[in-house]
Design a binder for this molecule. Structure first.
Ligand SMILES: Cc1cc2nc3c(=O)[nH]c(=O)nc-3n(C[C@H](O)[C@H](O)[C@H](O)COP(=O)(O)OP(=O)(O)OC[C@H]3O[C@@H](n4cnc5c(N)ncnc54)[C@H](O)[C@@H]3O)c2cc1C
Length: 421
């Protein structure tokens, strides 16, 4: 694989560039008040803002430290959306969220480029096969149309795939790929149209409490008086928590994405070439965590590095590409001749059980958290924002929220998600 045009941290320009809602904030000092302040303009903050406005809470301010929304993990993710999780709680988030993404254009009024070409998990190790058999049983009991495949059936679904060593696979045709920035911008724009204020280039630097409850948010541009705060700061959620003296166990881990292009323009598109899938099917080699899907004329791929320490560094480690390439060429040999046109790194936001935190924090009244989605949060943002909005306004969220409660860590009541890549 040739590294072609290398850039140290190229974000997904096409997705970031043209889709921003019009700026309504001005670079003036903030001196305001609001019923609720949402910290963080990624998919979680935007979804929460949207769902709050739908529940009549429009006196809210979303603050984002960057010049644009979706500049954190949301703008750096692979766009994957799947039902195939191991816990009932996550599968429920997927069922609701995928339903929302299917009707997003009509409901929210924004195009999100949602392609349901399926997710294919390749399994090589007997212990993984056993776990996935249990997962598939659970998923099917919950009405998800998941197929159990042998290696040759898997190979037929994804032309160009080498299935050597694969003993089984699972496939769900309703899984797919959507545009994370489209979802974020759609939610943000609709919230703005309903009266929510969005304050960019505004960094939260402190939280003020009095008598055990939130009273104000300090930013680099002034103080916002408020009675409630939503911590939607993604990988930075623990930093925001510390501002109120709360230890939120969300740890940042760097993850890379590379975009490969065919060595000869059009080669991968030639009819019958069979070098790479023509659909946008997402393929995940569960043993190595190598995954790929088509991205325009190219192929997007990534893999986790088990030796990566926690930290906020998002510069691209080009030496890691060699490690990924060895696995990539084995599973998708066409990548051996490819050139890398783009690469970037973003942060997973891991909790100890790889389950999100959605809800209130007991120690400080009216401090809410929606964070810790452990590398699969984009796809759950529609349901997660809806659930948190219901909790904030005192409505029954209609789902079992115990697996998401912040208190579970202190109580040791963890039900870990096993299907994390
Ligand atoms: C390489 C990679 C691939 C991924 N692939 C997938 C995938 O295929 N499918 C999937 O569902 N998920 C995927 N994820 C995970 C997904 O991106 C995250 O779970 C999701 O984006 C989290 O959204 P968020 O809104 O919580 O965080 P973010 O998008 O990080 O948003 C938090 C925001 O808070 C802002 N902020 C932080 N501190 C402050 C402060 N002090 N003041 C003001 N603003 C602040 C940040 O600037 C940021 O914009 C992937 C992640 C990575 C890194």
């Amino acid at each position: 694989m040739s590294t072609g045009i290398q850039s140290t941290n190229v974000r997904r320009g096409k997705r970031d560039a043209d889709r921003r809602p019009p700026r309504t904030d001005k670079l003036v000092p903030v001196s305001a008040s609001a019923d609720i302040v949402i910290v963080g303009g990624g998919c979680m903050g935007a979804s929460t803002a949207y769902h709050l406005t739908r529940r009549g809470v429009t006196n809210l301010i979303l603050v984002e430290r960057e010049a644009q929304l979706g500049a954190g993990s949301t703008g750096r993710n692979a766009g994957g959306v799947r039902h195939q999780f191991s816990t009932e709680a996550n599968i429920r988030l997927s069922i609701e969220s995928i339903g929302s993404l299917e009707t997003f254009r009509d409901d929210v009024g924004f195009e999100i480029d949602f392609h349901q070409d399926g997710y294919l998990f390749l399994l090589a190790r007997p212990e993984h096969v056993e776990v996935f058999r249990r997962n598939v049983d659970l998923q099917r009991r919950m009405g998800i149309p998941v197929e159990w495949l042998d290696a040759s059936e898997a190979a037929r679904l994804a032309p160009g795939l080498d299935v050597t060593g694969v003993s089984a696979a699972t496939f769900c045709a309703r899984d797919g790929i959507a545009d994370p920035n489209g979802v974020t911008m759609g939610f943000a724009r609709a919230a703005q149209q309903a009266g929510a204020r969005i304050q960019r280039e505004t960094e939260v630097v402190g939280l003020r409490t009095s008598g055990g409850r939130i009273v104000a948010v300090e930013t680099n541009r002034g103080v916002i008086g408020t009675r409630a705060v939503v911590n939607a700061a993604g990988p930075q959620a623990s930093i925001i928590g510390r501002m109120a003296g709360v230890d939120i166990p969300v740890a940042p881990y760097r993850r890379h994405i590379f975009i490969a292009q065919s060595p000869t323009p059009g080669l991968w598109e030639r009819p019958g070439a069979g070098l790479v899938p023509s659909s946008r099917i997402m393929v995940i080699d569960f043993e190595t965590t190598f995954y790929f899907h088509r991205e325009g004329p190219g192929v997007l791929f990534g893999m986790s590095d088990p030796d990566e320490p926690p930290g906020y560094d998002t510069t691209v480690r080009w030496d890691f590409l060699d490690q990924v390439t060895r696995v990539a060429m084995r599973r998708l040999p066409a990548l051996g001749d490819a050139a890398i046109s783009h690469a970037w790194a973003g942060l997973y936001e891991m909790t100890p059980d790889a389950m999100p935190i959605i809800g209130a924090v007991d120690e400080v009244r009216e401090l809410y958290v929606i964070a810790g989605f452990s590398g699969h949060g984009f796809q759950h943002s529609p349901a997660a924002g809806r659930i948190l909005a219901d909790m904030i306004v005192g409505r029954d969220p209609g789902v079992d929220v115990r697996p998401f409660r912040f208190e579970r860590f202190a109580q040791g009541a963890l039900q870990p998600e096993a299907n994390v890549v």
